[in-house]
Ligand binder design. Structure first.
Ligand SMILES: *[C@@H]1O[C@H](CO)[C@@H](O)[C@H](O)[C@H]1NC(C)=O
Ligand SMILES: *[C@@H]1O[C@H](CO)[C@@H](O)[C@H](O)[C@H]1NC(C)=O
Ligand SMILES: *[C@@H]1O[C@H](CO)[C@@H](O)[C@H](O)[C@H]1NC(C)=O
Ligand SMILES: *[C@@H]1O[C@H](CO)[C@@H](O)[C@H](O)[C@H]1NC(C)=O
Ligand SMILES: *[C@@H]1O[C@H](CO)[C@@H](O)[C@H](O)[C@H]1NC(C)=O
Length: 346
């Protein structure tokens, strides 16, 4: 073997060794015994479903599918998704004290309540139980998870009220998605009292009552209250200087004067107000909203001339239909009264 070939071989060996060192996470060989025991209990609770085939006794639990560890071999993430194994959320998830992220997503045969064991997860930052058939209430104990920043319980079969205890949730909570459940009752005041960049999604529930005015102080990035039975004023959700990008209040019973509203000029992208009892006129300032891509005020009680300019010219009549007396393009021209300027149109 000549020396160049030999040295190439050595270099190749060395490179593969480096690749090996850097491609296998430091945690892979580790696995905390207590965490492993909890995971084995979770697997057993789901009757050792095929989904857990990689969770074998002989391998380190940090290499198991759906499991994420820190570099000391503690389980920090568990994400079970897209399968149809039946069962309920096992209490054993509460025995993973280092979990920061827990996800049960797209599991149509996951049923039963959200177990109190989850309330033991003091490091949990993201809880996502979505697109499942989990039922029962949104539990109070979620409000006392000290590290929680994001809560997604959308597309489930949850019922009852939004717990008012959430108002005392840790200041870090800034994203809540409870849409597509069967929740009823009011929106309690004081969730996100001091947060900016908040997300609130509650669409497709049976929520009712007025939105507490304290929500006017929240810097929402997105707020979606659509398809509920909310009533009264919501004008305080708007404001010229706010950073709100999406506001969807459609299909409720909101009733306020749109003419007095000021829109977030720099940020607003989507505004859907269809199917409410909103009255007054459309403020001219809407034409100054630079990035407006969706605008729908149909099925309300608005009146007066539709403003022009800016991005407004791209919206068709279906964004304005079924109001009290909105007029001018893209709707028919305004009737200026008996003495009005009819000749222009004749
Ligand atoms: C798995 O390993 C544990 C010890 O780590 C042992 O007690 C247990 O019997 C093993 N289970 C199986 C099914 O091999
Ligand atoms: C809930 O279960 C029903 C069947 O019982 C199924 O049709 C539906 O898709 C499930 N929901 C979700 C969100 O998976
Ligand atoms: C949804 O919850 C209701 C009770 O609130 C229950 O009767 C129904 O069976 C549940 N649906 C599914 C698919 O689990
Ligand atoms: C909310 O913010 C204001 C000003 O930024 C501060 O004075 C107040 O203490 C904060 N309240 C809470 C509950 O953090
Ligand atoms: C506005 O909302 C109405 C009522 O839901 C709907 O028919 C129409 O298609 C919407 N228009 C646009 C552009 O989204």
């Amino acid at each position: 073997m000549d020396t160049t070939l030999l040295s190439s071989c050595l270099i190749l060996l060395y490179v593969s060794f480096l690749l090996f060192c850097f491609s296998v996470p430091a945690s892979a060989g580790l696995c905390n015994k207590d965490d492993k025991r909890a995971l084995v209990a979770i697997k057993a609770a789901f009757n050792n479903a095929y989904h857990f085939a990689s969770w074998t006794n002989g391998s380190a639990c940090c290499t198991w599918y759906d499991v994420d560890c820190d570099d000391r071999g503690r389980v920090v993430g568990l994400s079970l998704f897209r399968d149809d194994f039946p069962g309920t959320i096992p209490d054993a998830v509460g025995d993973l004290p280092f979990l920061t992220s827990l996800m049960f997503h797209h599991l149509p045969n996951l049923v039963g309540p959200i177990p109190p064991a989850i309330g033991r997860l003091s490091k949990l930052r993201f809880l996502d139980i979505s697109w499942t058939n989990v039922s029962g209430p949104v539990p109070n104990f979620l409000a006392s998870l000290p590290s929680l920043t994001g809560l997604d319980l959308s597309f489930n079969n949850l019922s009852g009220p939004i717990p008012s205890a959430l108002a005392h949730a840790p200041a870090s909570l800034n994203s809540i998605d409870l849409s597509r459940n069967k929740l009823t009752g009011p929106l309690p005041p004081g969730i996100f009292s001091n947060t900016s960049g908040a997300y609130l999604r509650l669409s497709h529930n049976g929520l009712s009552g007025e939105v507490p005015p304290s929500y006017g102080a929240v810097e929402f990035l997105q707020v979606d209250l659509s398809r509920n039975r909310f009533t009264g004023d919501a004008s305080f959700l708007f404001g010229r200087g706010k950073g709100t990008q999406q506001i969807d209040l459609s299909r409720n019973v909101f009733e306020f004067d749109l003419g007095k509203v000021e829109f977030p000029e720099a940020e607003l992208i989507a505004l859907d107000l269809n199917h409410n009892k909103i009255y007054g006129s459309i403020p001219k300032q809407i034409a100054e909203v630079e990035n407006l891509q969706l605008f729908n005020v149909s099925y309300n009680r608005l009146c007066g001339e539709i403003p022009t300019g800016g991005r407004l010219d791209r919206f068709d009549q279906y964004c304005y239909l079924h109001n009290k007396c909105l007029c001018s393009a893209p709707l028919p021209p305004c009737n200026k009264g008996r003495d009005g300027d009819w000749s222009r149109w004749g």
